[in-house]
Design a binder for this molecule. Structure first.
Ligand code: COA
Length: 258
């Protein structure tokens, strides 16, 4: 691993992109390293939640690596997009909550990576955007899909068609980020958020993620059926019995993830 640093503590895996001289731009090696990290995080029971961030104060991720674009063929570009989409899908659907700690520029693929996380916390200095049209491109890591789902079609199209970046406060106003904090508070805020989720029933957290992520892609009535099936599955868990018993006995619950 040369571009992606991981650190596991208190069941939170902090994933730091480290390519500061290129503002953490995503080249093929970085994307492949992210794939490996997400694959291992999904399988590792010690990992309960992920925080993604960029090294330095300037950039979260300034996009896909533009220096590789001149050599792209149409077929290679399609593969490039499909690979990035698959890696970000893996992050979104791994069944564990992920928080983007957006410490600076989140442009193009960086904004798309942040959107694949369950939540986004931004430093006051962060900037978000999908500037691909300025390069004669469109977003290729599912930005055309996740952005309208997060902020609505009109606002998504304004960002995608103008390519203009927006500051963190504007991203908060349109619902692209959950919170904006001072730079020094960014990682502590994300850790506190992750710790709070880790205190809840793990299987319920997993099924809630699945109900939202998968359900949003289904017709409403099918999504309701899916939700009801997962709700039923929760009742089969020890954690549900423990959570309800703890409430009735007025004591904190002790969840085991079973
Ligand atoms: N791909 C490849 N290299 C990138 C990059 C990207 N997406 N974003 C930044 N870099 C590189 C720059 O080329 C520069 O490298 P160099 O020092 O070898 O010339 C280095 O990172 C620092 O960037 P620089 O442009 O000098 O910083 P800045 O503060 O003047 O501007 C940005 C910052 C983010 C506004 C500017 O770098 C930028 O517009 N980047 C591209 C964003 C983009 O279009 N992303 C979507 C790609 S599809």
């Amino acid at each position: 691993m040369s571009f992606v640093l991981t650190e596991l503590s208190d069941r939170i895996l902090t994933v730091t992109l480290q390519r500061p001289e290129k503002l953490n731009a995503l080249n093929a090696e970085v994307v492949e390293e992210l794939r490996r990290v997400f694959h291992e995080a999904k399988a590792n029971p010690e990992v309960g939640a992920l925080i993604l961030t960029g090294t330095g104060e300037k950039a979260f991720v300034a996009g896909a690596d533009i220096s590789g674009f001149p050599a792209l063929t149409p077929v290679a570009a399609r593969d490039f997009a499909r690979k990035g989409q698959a890696v970000f899908d893996l992050l979104e659907t791994m069944g564990k909550p992920s928080i983007a700690a957006v410490n600076g520029f989140a442009l193009g693929g960086g904004c798309e990576l942040a959107m694949a996380c369950s939540m986004r916390v931004a430093s006051r200095t962060a900037r978000f955007g999908q500037p691909e049209v300025a390069l004669g491109l469109i977003p290729g890591y599912a930005g055309t899909q996740r952005l309208p789902r997060l902020v609505g079609k009109g606002r998504a199209l304004e960002l995608i068609l103008t390519g203009d970046p927006i500051p963190a406060e504007e991203a908060l106003r349109i619902g692209l980020v959950n919170r904006v904090v001072e730079p020094a508070e960014l990682l502590p805020t994300c850790r506190a958020l992750a710790s709070k989720i880790l205190g809840k029933a793990p299987l319920a957290v997993r099924y809630a993620l699945e109900a939202v992520n998968h359900g949003l892609e289904l017709p409403f009535d099918e999504a309701e059926l899916h939700e009801a099936a997962l709700f039923g599955l929760c009742v089969a868990t020890n954690d549900m019995k423990e959570g309800v018993a703890a409430f009735l006995e007025k004591r904190p619950a002790k969840f085991t993830g079973e």
